[in-house]
Write a protein of this length. Structure first.
Lengths: 322, 497, 305, 305
């Protein structure tokens, strides 16, 4: 390690953030992390820099900020797990955070690492219920990015939510690929959406980074052609309403909150080392129902979904993860 | 009246070689003018300058009295020059009509007017007595017809001067005859013809005047009536050339090559032996199975049926490596394709295939000293020019490349020598030398199979002559008793005289 | 085979078709064009950036994507075409005028295109991975078969390129130059000029392929061509340098990619995903073995003077 | 030019050198080997996976990386070599035995290699992007100049390949086949066999290049070759198919890449990263113009039988 800039000092805290594939501008996962930093900049007066890795230079990105002496370096995405484990060992005086830390490959994060994890299946269960209750065709779709256990959590939660309220509803499933590139392939996303809409689905939930932008595009094109909104998408990670009037809701994964909290803790001198799980209980997950999409989700549906949420919180429903 | 072509003081240098230096050539309108000279004398280069493919480094070119300043093919075409190149300049996948009109296609808007092109070519063909099917694809045509297309191509561009570079090198005697008839009829229509040839008999028969080049310079221009073949040869080489080679009677021993009912491709079951110490000639109109025979006997083609034994080993379906090991030496039909490795030195080419011999390598490492010494000896013995074993094979002229191939094959002391058109395209000096080398092989006790479309060559060398017709042996004649006439009858399917 | 499924195949095939037609034109003239991939990518970006630039901007500085005039994305299409021509002319410069190795020039252009588009994307959109969403091209057609004009162009491109190659004077010369540039030269046809023109056209076609890709999702994504240029090249060879053959190969690859979706979950995912590539290898190994390339393909032509 | 900087250049150059020597051997025999890239990548993975497999495992199932015997990473090296030979033989099968297009076969192999290594990485290391850390090769040398044995091999490879090509019988035959397979065949040399052997050797060299890369960081990273195979190919051509020329080109590229690090932050990163490729294009455009490739390069040889 280099110099040890004491955390909690009053000067502007410097944070370095390395994005996942899909990168800045995916209007989803990565942009949610970015939003957390923006908020920290506004509310806590920190400074930050970010890096969009291309192929194999994820670790180089982390190292770059660590070498510059940033007290906090954040990696967005499960793929950073090994790299952060390695780099944090070389810079024991600095702090690291990893969104979606993979406990499978590294069960115990080092002492200077905050491992931020989400129980995505819980949020997905709720949007699954919304989909199951609002579908007109009795068919809904799921478009995943890379086929990995993390994304299977999304699928499992969503499918369970659908079945819980509408057992006869069919859930079409497709993944964009087997490589990280599958999170940044809107062309593929559009193609998959085309297949699922074509097969009769009217709502698609995507968990695929910027691949999902293609899903939105397909819905947008279909609705524009028909002149009415008949094909819906459920957004993921961030509120994706901006993608057009066909966003039924979005499964919020509060990466922004998690990132903000870590920054705040670091600045306050209480760096939250160790594994942190965010679920419905911690308000780390949720779904969007506000003035903009209230018309799409009737009150009866919202009530039903809130009831399900209560059951999960009470531990009466365990959402499957695979 | 100005001469059709006047080239004065032409000079052309290539890296390492001076191809032309102070060359003068005057061709009068309406004559057939021959250009002769040993290999690498600069004939093709001179003609390429005339047709705009090379620009000269010095000198003046006048065409019908007008000086040429722009050396580009299009300008030469416009001035009335048309060249039929030694290696045909054709697009094999296109049709005859397309090849002929390329560059000045009849069009309808942006579209190619195929019908009009075909009509034009058919019309040209009948006007000049050169019929070809305008719709045939070039690659499907025999060489004779391909050449006809080349001539049509230049005529279609209104050529008043036709240049033909070694037009008969790849033609059968019959095709050659008809070519010269065509040239005479073009002359009678007022066109001028320049042709390059190594075949002095043809030069004498077809040309009005002759210009000889040697080592890039003009030796002189003479009316054809004033010189005989020996005189032309002397002008070319700079010394008298022996045309008649004295041949001792053959003393054949046991059979080296035994061929039984061999068939494949156009070859339909042939049976013959070649014995040690004799030369067996194979004559025939091209396309009657000679190529297939040579290919099978060098392992490049698998026989369909029958057997071929070399020194007792059955090899009719073996690859080239097996033939090579059994002691075959082959002068291939197509030396550019099969003969040499262009990028390698003459020395490496000379011992290629024998590097594994203990003399040339130890533990897989090439013994450079032995190779270079042996190569220098061969270069000297076979008079390969330039006399530099390190020169790249590619930089040699056609005749010298042929000498490298011959030198390599003979220096291996082969049990059987298959020589296919061994003197095609080489000058008279080299022909003499190659003929003597083949006879020396016979004297040494090698079995020689000589395939050639040149009847005089076969008559001069062979002890026995097999005539191929339609893929079968139409007859066998003893060398001493054979005449061109008698062979010609057999070759064209007539009964033996 | 629902209409949806067929339309889906056509959508996937559209950019491949255009790039493959570009490949046919270039390779028939004797120039190996691996640069198809980079050409597509650069044009995809040019389309996005120029469309973006012409969108009206609201008082808050945001682009009013959906309020853009109908002509706006067409300006992007023009930019994509122009960019394709330019990239291809760079290839022409390196390998026709200078006579350098065509394969390496193509690879270098592809790698440069990835770097340059990322860099430009950062400049214009402040992200090296994604552009903003840009105004969409209209969609024309009936039922499931509605496509952008650019995609429609890809279907028209096949007969047009066929006509061009086999019925026009330019096509005749182009093929002659690809087979025997020396012969063409002796007849006053200039191989360098023909090949440069062929590459310009090839670039326009491949560029339009890139536009189809970006217009389909109304945005640019880092390295969004994802090997489509290479697949198009394989299709050219599989199709034996014939436009219809290449088009058939493109449709086959597109079908393989489409078929992979319903196969998911039934066969191992890795197998499903690599189907198109496996197909490429099999197809190359099996069918193309004996196909005859243009005789002068890949050989720089040196005028003999 | 500190010793560290020079050693740094050598480290960057090592994998390039090996791949370039592989390229020289293959191209001199007449086979275009774009598959170098995929070969390196596959071997990098094979090295990592096999080294991993031989590491002792603790009671909790974790690999005791640093307790591994000294021979363990050498088992990985052997695996890398073997894997390189295998991938190269696949290329040989497709383009020598079957006679398919060499460029496309190479591209297809490269694409497959990316997919296959990611898939295998997921199976072995449960992550498609990174392997676990594996046992390290020893480092030999003095001062700044300490390298793994694999990297040392890369420096030795240049004179060895030179000797092989120009002093041995095999080299002579190899060059003969690359120039005129037909002629070589009539002289008893079997072009197919020579080319297959050349490709096997090429694969071993490129594979060792991949091993150097992975051994340097003691792990496998998704697509870690990052175009080095292509750069090596450019170096082969820039070096005019001569081992020393290619080696000089590799060092030049390595120096360009090294120089790019101090430039970072001063010029845009994408530009800095494309430096080697810009260099490639410039160099191609400027120098190589008239270099003469092996005459039969890229042409499948059909025995006429
Ligand atoms: N393009 C070229 N580059 C370099 N040297 C050349 C070139 N063309 C011809 N030469 C050389 O110039 C000399 C003259 O060649 P040219 O082809 O004119 O001879 P030629 O008289 O036609 O011989 P042949 O009877 O063998 O056809 C030869 O040494 C030849 O190798
Ligand atoms: N494949 C071949 N096999 C045997 N002889 C050939 C072949 N091709 C050409 N020839 C003849 O060999 C002679 C010399 O040809 P070659 O082309 O090798 O000589 P060059 O003078 O170097 O070339 P050019 O005259 O084209 O400049 C010519 O008479 C030609 O007809
Ligand atoms: Mg000549
Ligand atoms: Mg000649």
């Amino acid at each position: 390690g280099k110099s040890d800039p004491a955390p909690g000092t009053t000067g502007a805290l410097k944070v370095g953030l390395v994005f996942d594939v899909g990168g800045r501008g995916d209007r989803s996962f990565n942009d949610a992390a970015y939003a957390g930093l923006e908020r920290a900049k506004k509310e806590l007066g920190i400074e930050f820099e970010y890096f969009e890795p291309t192929h194999a230079d994820r670790e180089a990105g982390l190292r770059k900020y660590a070498e510059q002496g940033a007290p906090l370096v954040i990696g967005v995405g499960f793929a950073f797990t090994d790299s952060i484990a390695k780099v944090s060992a070389d810079f024991p005086g600095q702090h690291f955070a990893c969104v979606d830390w993979d406990t499978g490959s590294a069960p115990k994060p080092p002492a200077n690492v905050a491992a931020l994890r989400f129980r995505e299946e819980e949020g997905c269960f709720l949007v699954g219920a919304i989909a199951g209750l609002t579908t007109k065709t009795g068919k809904v779709g799921f478009v995943g990015g890379m086929e990995i256990p993390l994304i299977h959590k999304f699928r499992a939660g969503f499918a369970a939510g659908v079945k819980a309220v509408n057992p006869s509803c069919e859930v079409l499933v497709a993944f964009a690929g087997l490589t990280p590139e599958a999170f940044k392939d809107p062309v593929k996303g559009k193609e998959l959406a085309r297949s699922q809409y074509g097969a009769g689905a009217d709502i698609i939930f995507h968990a695929s980074g910027s691949t999902g932008l293609g899903v939105f595009e397909e819905a947008r094109a279909r609705n524009r052609e028909r002149g009415t909104v008949t094909h819906f998408v459920i957004g993921v990670d961030a509120d994706q309403w901006e993608e057009g009037g066909h966003v039924l809701t979005s499964m919020l994964k509060r990466v922004d909150v998690a990132v903000f909290d870590v920054v705040k803790g670091t600045k306050a001198g209480t760096f939250p080392a160790g594994v942190h799980e965010f679920g419905l209980k911690e308000d780390g997950l949720g779904y969007v129902r506000d003035d903009r999409n209230r018309a799409l989700i009737p009150d009866t549906v919202a009530q039903k979904v809130d009831a399900l949420k209560a059951e999960i919180l009470a531990g009466r429903i365990t959402v499957p993860v695979r | 009246m100005a001469a059709a072509v006047e080239m004065v003081g032409i000079e052309k240098r290539f890296p390492r070689v001076v191809a032309n230096v102070g060359v003068n050539l005057v061709v009068e309108e309406g004559e057939i003018h021959a250009l002769a000279g040993e290999n690498g004398a600069g004939k093709s280069t001179l003609m390429k300058i005339l047709c705009g493919l090379h620009a000269p480094d010095a000198g003046v070119v006048r065409i019908f009295g007008r000086e040429v300043t722009d050396f580009r093919p299009a300008a030469a075409i416009a001035a009335g020059i048309g060249m039929v190149h030694q290696h045909f300049m054709q697009v094999p996948t296109l049709t005859v009509a397309e090849n002929v009109v390329l560059g000045e296609e009849p069009r309808r808007g942006p579209f190619f007017d195929r019908r009009r092109a075909e009509e034009r070519v058919a019309e040209l063909g009948s006007r000049f007595g050169l019929p070809v099917d305008p719709r045939a694809r070039i690659e499907d045509l025999p060489v004779g017809l391909q050449q006809r297309v080349e001539i049509l191509k230049v005529l279609a561009r209104g050529a008043r001067v036709l240049i033909l570079d070694e037009p008969t090198a790849v033609l059968t005697p019959q095709e050659s005859e008809s070519l010269y008839a065509t040239l005479r009829s073009l002359k009678s229509q007022g066109r001028t013809v320049i042709f390059i040839s190594h075949k002095l008999r043809e030069v004498r028969a077809a040309a009005d005047r002759l210009t000889v080049l040697r080592r890039g310079r003009t030796v002189g221009t003479v009316p054809i009536g004033e010189v005989d073949e020996a005189k032309i040869a002397e002008m070319m080489i700079g010394r008298p050339v022996l045309f008649e080679i004295e041949k001792t009677p053959a003393a054949p021993a046991g059979a080296v090559l035994e061929v039984r009912d061999l068939a494949g491709g156009r070859l339909r079951g042939v049976t013959f032996d070649v014995r040690a110490g004799e030369i067996v000639g194979v004559a025939g109109v091209e396309g009657n199975g000679q190529s297939e025979l040579v290919e099978i006997l060098s392992g490049l083609r698998q026989a369909g049926s029958g057997t071929a034994r070399l020194r007792g080993r059955e090899l009719s379906r073996a690859g080239p490596a097996a033939w090579f090991e059994a002691g075959l030496g082959v002068i291939p039909e197509d030396r550019n394709l099969r003969g040499l490795i262009g990028e390698m030195s003459v020395a490496d080419n000379l011992i290629l295939g024998r590097h594994r011999q203990p003399r040339y390598s130890r533990a897989g490492i090439v013994a450079g000293a032995a190779r270079d010494a042996d190569a220098a000896g061969l270069v000297e013995r076979f008079d390969i020019r330039p006399a530099d074993p390190r020169a790249e094979a590619e930089s040699l002229s056609g005749g010298n490349r042929q000498k490298v191939v011959v030198a390599r094959e003979l220096s291996r002391v082969p049990g059987l020598l298959v020589a296919a058109h061994p003197t095609r395209g080489v000058d008279v000096g080299a022909i003499e030398f190659i003929h003597r080398s083949i006879l020396a092989e016979r004297a040494r006790g090698a079995a020689v199979l000589l395939v050639s479309s040149e009847l005089p060559e076969i008559l001069a060398l062979a002890d026995r002559i097999l005539v191929l017709c339609g893929g079968a042996i139409a007859g066998e004649v003893r060398g001493a008793e054979a005449t061109e006439r008698g062979l010609g009858v057999l070759m064209t399917g007539g009964a033996p005289a | 085979m629902t209409p949806e499924f067929i339309a889906g195949i056509l959508t996937v095939a559209a950019p491949l078709l255009l790039a493959a037609m570009g490949g046919v034109v270039s390779e028939r003239s004797g120039v190996v064009n691996i640069a198809l991939e980079g050409t597509m990518l650069a044009s995809a970006f040019a389309f996005t950036a120029v469309t973006h630039a012409f969108e009206p901007v609201g008082p808050d500085g945001r682009h009013l994507v959906d309020a853009a005039g109908a002509w706006v994305p067409f300006a992007g299409v023009a930019a994509g075409l122009a960019c394709g021509v330019l990239v291809s002319l760079l290839h022409a410069l390196v390998c026709i005028r200078v006579g350098a190795n065509q394969v390496v020039s193509g690879i270098a252009i592809n790698i440069l295109a990835v770097g340059a588009t990322q860099f430009a994307c950062t400049l214009v959109f402040e992200s090296s991975s994604n552009s903003a969403r840009v105004a969409s091209l209209p969609r024309w057609g009936l039922g499931a078969f509605t496509f952008t004009p650019a995609a429609w162009a890809s279907f028209v491109a096949v007969p047009v390129v066929t006509l061009l190659l086999f019925r026009t004077v330019f096509g005749l010369r182009l093929r002659a130059v690809g087979e025997n540039p020396d012969a063409a030269e002796t007849l006053g046809v200039r191989p360098g000029a023909i090949r440069t023109a062929a590459l310009a056209l090839s670039g326009a076609l491949a560029g339009l392929g890139g536009v189809v890709l970006a217009a389909d999702v109304s945005q640019f994504v880092q390295n969004m061509t994802a090997g489509r240029g290479y697949i198009a090249l394989a299709a050219v060879i599989f199709g034996k340098w014939n436009p219809w053959g290449a088009a058939a190969a493109c449709l086959l690859f597109a079908a393989a990619e489409k078929a992979q979706v319903p196969l998911q979950g039934k066969i191992p995912p890795q197998l499903a995903q690599s189907l198109p590539y496996l197909l490429t290898i099999l197809v190359l190994a099996g069918f193309v073995g004996r196909a005859r390339a243009p005789a002068a393909l890949g050989k720089p032509h040196e005028s003999s003077r």
